[in-house]
Design a protein around this ligand. Structure first.
Ligand code: SF4
Length: 440
């Protein structure tokens, strides 16, 4: 007998770039499921593909083009929609890729389903509206089970105009998500099993919705039943209220002892050229104050190497600043010329092989620093929130962002499923980029 039901449409969503993009892709997946699609992994056959793009560097653009071509090669008859930052800035280049049906910039990316057609478009449709300057709400489906930590978008855009950065053009001016709307989504996520929220945005320290700032956000989310942990993903120096320290210290508050604060360079001259808003000493004063105020605080940073005019001595200075201060790790970014930014036109380009050398050197320093940070915690018992298991292993993070792995065979019988549960774990041994532990 032939079923009267139409076949379920399959869709896949591929995400490039930052945590903010990841949080928006989750919203897209929820909308797709609510609309009757079955989500399949990227690379499998699908009737609809959405590629959520990034344009932070030229390399990011190239990766996006590869992902688009790869999807179309495997799914030549599928409807292919390309959304996000690269769509905003590079819509012409994307529209030239044979097989692309739809290109949507950041303003309308979450409404992509309104533009998805049946069958392929003869020529790509481009939707690239001006990005609103006003605060925003997000319609979230709120129906799917969700049992991990989740990103919560609280803010978008940036007004800081750092000279190397295209993001203010790709994502528009700084604006805040409606306060009640973000708390509603947090409640919905908690009801679906989420225990940890990671607050995301482009420049979340500038959050301001009707006079309520980031402090009010963390306090409101702290009051959401079921949410045990709040982590701020990345926050610009000069935007961080010191009042966050007492929340991090308070055992009754869900805000975790974790800061990721981009430094970008340890040299004041380069910071000036980058149009960053602080000096090295101001930055360091702040992180020392934070470290002295909050015990077990994890401080991570971003550093950019090979900025135009960066001399070998200035790079060494950055390495010295990183080495001599209380960082747990750094994410290293290699400068690449970004069309439309002031840094693209600056003199003194550092040769590309030298940029790669500096980048590799700093990455090695960071790996060593992470090892030292982990070592400082060996022998201690710390609270871990476990996530999805790997075969034979339970994995999770401590409050201060140490990745912990527990051998399933060492777990006492009767403990049951640890996913999404917190447990006290004794940290015993460093292995690769995690710490092996034992349940206490
Ligand atoms: S603070 Fe600077 S680097 Fe960060 S998004 Fe804004 S302009 Fe870009």
């Amino acid at each position: 007998m032939v079923s009267a039901n139409p076949p379920v449409k399959r869709a896949s969503v591929h995400t490039l770039g930052c945590r903010l993009n990841q949080s928006e892709s989750v919203l897209l997946r929820e909308k797709l499921e609510a609309d009757g699609y079955r989500i399949v992994p990227f690379g499998e056959e699908a009737e609809l593909g959405i590629i959520n793009t990034c344009t932070v560097t030229n390399l990011a653009d190239a990766k996006c083009r590869n992902a688009i071509r790869s999807f179309i090669r495997k799914n030549p008859r599928a409807f292919t929609a390309v959304v996000g930052c690269y769509s905003q800035m590079g819509h012409k280049a994307i529209a030239e890729i044979p097989g692309v049906d739809l290109v949507i910039g950041n303003q309308d990316k979450l409404s992509v389903l309104d533009h998805v057609g049946f069958g392929k478009n003869e020529t790509p449709v481009i939707v690239r509206d001006r990005i609103d300057k006003t605060d925003f709400t997000i319609r979230f489906a709120g129906e799917l089970p969700f049992k991990k930590r989740a990103n919560l978008k609280v803010q978008d855009g940036c007004d800081f105009m750092c000279s190397f950065c295209i993001i203010p053009f790709a994502r528009g001016r700084a604006r805040a998500r409606d306060f009640a709307n973000l708390v509603d989504e947090a409640r919905s996520l908690a009801e679906r099993g989420v225990r940890e929220l990671v607050l995301t945005g482009v420049n979340i320290g500038t959050y301001d919705h009707g006079g309520r700032g980031i402090l009010e956000v963390v306090d409101a989310l702290n009051g959401v039943p079921g949410i045990d942990r709040l982590r701020i993903s990345s926050i610009e120096p000069t935007t961080i209220p010191e009042e966050l320290f007492c929340r991090m210290r308070d055992p009754e508050h869900a805000l975790l002892p974790f800061f990721h604060i981009p430094l970008q360079s340890g040299c004041d001259r380069i910071l000036g050229e980058m149009r960053r808003k602080y000096s090295v000493s101001e930055y360091l004063d702040f992180i020392h104050l934070a470290r002295d105020s909050v015990s077990d605080l994890c401080i991570g940073t971003d550093i950019m190497v090979g900025f135009p005019g960066e001399t070998a001595g200035e790079f060494d200075e950055t390495c010295r600043v990183f080495r001599e201060n209380p960082f747990a790790y750094c994410h290293v970014f290699t400068f690449s010329e970004r069309e439309g930014t002031p840094a693209e036109r600056m003199d003194g380009a550092v040769p590309v092989p030298e940029r790669a050398r500096r980048s590799a050197f700093l990455r090695r320093l960071s790996a060593g620093r992470r090892h030292d940070y982990y070592e400082q915690h060996l022998g201690r018992t710390m609270r871990v929130l476990f996530e999805d298991p790997k075969p034979g292993l339970w994995t999770g993070y401590t409050d201060n962002y140490i990745r912990v792995v527990v051998d399933a065979e060492s777990v006492p019988a009767g403990t049951g499923n640890l996913t999404n549960r917190t447990a006290e774990v004794r940290l015993e041994k460093i292995s690769a980029d995690f710490v092996e532990g034992r349940l206490e």
